[in-house]
Design a protein around this ligand. Structure first.
Ligand code: FES
Length: 82
């Protein structure tokens, strides 16, 4: 089970965390990946200074552009669950 967590702290919220969460939820739903991805949101991950929304994939830190969360999902998450 892949652990996927999106930061919903105030800085990431302003950067577009809501859009990232919505997109990830939609892609998980469409692909029927609930049994492969444990999707959560979490409070500030202390990475506010980085551009993009803080995301942890199995504990690995990433910073996702709110304009292209689908690209991130396809290139960084999909290969880990297929
Ligand atoms: S608010 Fe997201 S890392 Fe701080």
């Amino acid at each position: 089970m892949l652990e996927l967590s999106v930061c919903i702290g105030s800085s990431c919220h302003i950067k577009g965390a809501y859009n990232v969460i919505q997109t990830f939820q939609q892609l998980i739903e469409e692909g029927g990946f609930h049994d492969r991805i444990n999707f959560k949101s979490g409070f500030c991950m202390k990475r506010c200074q980085h551009p993009g929304v803080a995301v942890l994939v199995d504990g690995e830190e990433h910073h996702v552009s709110p304009e292209a969360p689908g690209d991130f999902f396809n290139t960084r998450i999909m290969p880990k669950i297929l």
